[in-house]
Design a protein around this ligand. Structure first.
Ligand code: AHR
Length: 763
């Protein structure tokens, strides 16, 4: 075999003895970024329950999403004699008035030619009442119109079909022509070919199905434990008839109708062929609330523990059990096959957490020993909660822990050996929320490389799910996301293609895999050839600026601006004084090329923290902190001093040392490879190129004789910087066929690419 300068050799060898976890790749599904209401939930009506309030978002109320066309008395929000206590707000529409809903997109809800089922609760509010519903285009042209029978003085459910004559942006109107009618819980869902109202948006479901998820985690994330005790997610409040479900402010700042509740999450899992993985609060709410995390009072814990046990019974109990019967009554006599249960999410692992978690874990373990309970390690893959989470899990013998890693591509690439060193005798790991910080190929490929490391270690890392999963364009609270969508488009990110390709080649046993010919990319150390000064959210005056003993002119920087100084030295000093606004300021320093920058963020995150961050190629994350901080005050000068000494960075604020950090300068490889034997008798090879040049990989697969066919699938885009949030990936996987001769083949590996090779004939 001849090899060139850009060639690499991949030698696939004997099995290592590590089985690949059959549940390795799954989904994290949280109602964030309008993933459920306004997303997977096929209902086109926004705020159909009239329960939106200022607690969802300041300024919101019962008529958010609705346009009344009425005189003063025409449309009244009421709460006397409601359809249920859980859904206390409804509207009374009087004759001559109309209420219109345009859905989640300002241009109107997207309807396609075909039938839509309108379902709503109605009540006659005058001796005779007549109403109708209509679908109209954005220009007011009629698409469909039906009568709404409102003959009773008590609430009743009405289901009628509206058949749209066109595919267009539209509005749903309810108009009363006689008397007055009370209306609540309005839903408009497309009708499927079997004549059923769709629960989920089919294009999004198919997008998820293509990921072959082994499990689905739900309902969060932060949604699971909630913003304050009142906002904690209680599964029993989300099942049963719609009117009995309790809508809640979504912790991400919108309204959660609970039209998709626990039962529907289970149905989705079934639809996707995935194991359900509910995550319940560990009896403690999210720590990011004023005053910190609050725990369910001890006297209410027995009931909460029972609720969690009842959840397992709802999922797995026979129809003869109390909660299995409730499931059967909801139309699903067969169990849902729950095998995993998460308790807690990113919690502060302190005494109150350990106490509540301990009660829940002991009860579940005793009653359902076959359910794998997953504990939590806090929000980061290191730090106090991570350490305390591991300690607690080991002490209680929790079978699995949930590790979260939202990091830069660089971090992931520097940690490819992380799991090689994990203790095999303790709890297993669920990599429950993780992603590299951008929607570019650079991030997607760092994730692919990390996934090869996870797969190689799947005797300890048994489960993994990228997060967040879905994001409605124009309604996001978190970036990046795996799949962006609008009403009419699904826009998978490069990371989506990586997850999909990796799931397609999930094997059963890890094979030895040696790579030669690649290089390690050195990591630049901290530098001070350029200093940048920013002041997002405020205006700051920077004075007495000295770098390496050289004085620089004063700078005044507003919220949009950046002052950039050419400097030289290893020590920086300045005085920063906020003159306007509410936030803090940022002092950046790095090399002359601007590719690697460190930032001292003073007052980051609501002017409450100090963070030292490192950014490479425009993508960064914190390397030290956040540390609590009293905040930048108006007109109060702050003295900043920074020194760099090889990899060490020290930062003083008003004379106090606030960061003392040693940068991680480990190089990362520009080619990462892994191999497994597939369930179908084939050998799977994964190649992740992080190099700037195209290369040829000389593949040598031990044990393959004669001619063997191979499918080569390539995701390549030339530049690591292609891909943007909210847009569909500009690159997609392309499959070609190849042939190995006596286990050897030359495989093209483009710059910055993921290449999978499936060797052999599927059996
Ligand atoms: O995935 C988004 C959020 O990230 C989750 O809700 C939370 O667990 C994490 O902080």
């Amino acid at each position: 075999m001849t090899t060139g300068r850009n060639d690499v050799t991949i030698h696939v060898q004997e099995p290592t003895g590590t089985r690949v976890s059959p549940d390795l790749w799954g989904l994290f599904l949280e109602d964030i970024n309008y993933a459920l209401d306004g997303g997977l939930n096929a209902d086109l009506v926004r705020n159909g329950d009239f329960e939106a309030t200022g607690a969802d978002r300041p300024g919101w109320g019962p008529l958010t999403g609705w346009d009344p066309e009425a005189d003063a008395d025409g449309v009244r929000v009421r709460s006397d004699r409601p359809v249920s206590a859980a859904n206390a707000t409804y509207v009374r529409i009087a004759a001559g008035s109309r209420l219109t809903n345009r859905g989640y997109d300002p241009e109107g809800m997207l309807v396609r030619e075909g039938a839509y089922r309108l379902r709503l609760a109605v009540r006659r509010a005058a001796p005779s009442a007549g109403a109708h519903a209509s679908l109209t285009t954005a220009d007011g042209d009629a698409l469909a119109r039906v009568e709404i029978p409102a003959a009773a003085d008590a609430w009743s459910w009405v289901e009628v079909d509206l058949t749209s004559t066109a595919t267009t942006r539209a509005a749903l109107s309810i108009e009363v022509v006689e008397g007055a009618v009370d209306v609540d819980l309005v839903e408009l869902r497309p009708v499927d070919p079997q004549g059923r109202a769709r629960l989920f948006r089919p294009d999004l479901v198919e997008t998820l199905r293509a990921l072959r998820p082994a499990f689905v985690r739900f309902p969060g994330g932060c949604v699971a434990h909630g913003y304050g005790l009142d906002n904690m997610y209680h599964w029993k409040r989300t099942i049963g008839p719609r009117e009995r479900r309790v809508p809640m402010p979504n912790t991400w700042g919108y309204h959660q109708s609970m039209a998709i509740g626990y039962h529907e999450y289970f149905l989705l899992c079934e639809e996707l062929g995935a194991t359900p993985m509910p995550v319940v609060a560990a009896g403690v709410c999210c720590q990011n609330v004023p005053g910190g995390p609050q725990a369910i009072p001890q006297q209410r814990m027995p009931q909460y523990v029972q609720d969690v046990l009842d959840l397992v019974e709802y999922a797995n109990g026979g129809p003869e059990t109390r909660w299995g019967a409730v499931r059967a009554a909801a139309g699903h006599p067969e169990p849902f096959g729950l095998r995993y249960l998460g308790i807690g999410n990113e919690d502060v692992v302190d005494a109150q957490f350990a106490d509540r978690f301990g009660q829940l874990f002991a009860a579940v373990r005793e009653q359902y020993p076959d359910v794998t309970v997953i504990g939590t390690l806090g929000p980061k893959p290191y730090g106090p909660d991570y350490d305390a989470g591991w300690e607690l899990a080991r002490r209680l013998e929790v079978p699995m822990v949930d590790e979260h890693s939202y990091r830069s591509p660089r971090w992931l690439l520097q940690h490819l050996e992380r799991f090689d060193h994990y203790d095999r005798s303790g709890p297993a790991v669920y990599l429950g929320e993780w992603a590299a910080h951008s929607s570019t190929m650079r991030s997607a490929l760092a994730e692919a490389a990390y996934m090869t490391a996870v797969e190689r270690n799947s005797d300890v890392v048994r489960l993994s799910s990228y997060a967040p999963l879905l994001a409605r364009v124009g309604s996001t609270q978190w970036l990046p996301d795996l799949v962006y969508f609008t009403d009419d488009e699904v826009r998978p990110s490069p990371s989506y293609h990586v997850q999909r390709m990796m799931a397609e080649v999930r094997g059963v046993e890890v094979l030895g895999c040696a790579t030669t010919g690649h290089t390690d990319r050195p990591q630049p150390p901290p530098a001070m050839q350029r200093v940048t000064l920013r002041s997002p959210g405020s205006t700051t005056r920077f004075t007495a600026i000295q770098v390496g003993g050289t004085a620089h002119p004063d700078q005044v920087v507003g919220t949009e601006g950046t002052a950039s100084l050419t400097t030289d030295g290893t020590e920086l000093e300045l005085v920063a004084t906020r003159t306007d606004g509410e936030e803090g300021f940022v002092v950046g320093f790095g090399g002359a090329d601007g590719e690697t920058v460190h930032e001292f963020q003073v007052g980051g995150w609501r002017n409450e923290s100090l963070i030292l961050a490192r950014r490479d190629d425009g993508i960064g994350n914190e390397v030290d902190g956040p540390h609590p901080f009293d905040g930048v005050r108006p007109a109060v000068p702050l003295h900043v001093r920074v020194t760099v000494e090889d990899a060490r960075i020290r930062v003083w604020l008003d004379g106090a040392l606030v960061h003392d950090h040693e940068d991680d300068l480990r190089p990362w490889p520009d080619l990462v490879a892994g191999a497994t034997s597939g369930p179908d008798g084939r050998t799977h090879v994964t190649l992740v190129s992080l190099a700037d040049e195209d290369r040829t990989a000389h593949l040598v697969v031990d044990g393959v004789r004669g001619a063997a066919p191979a499918t080569v699938t390539t995701l390549a885009g030339g530049s690591p910087d292609v891909g943007r949030p909210f847009e569909a990936s500009p690159v997609e996987p392309v499959a070609t066929v190849a042939e190995l001769a006596d286990g050897r083949a030359a495989v093209p590996v483009p710059a910055w690419s993921l290449v999978t090779v499936q060797v052999g004939q599927a059996t």
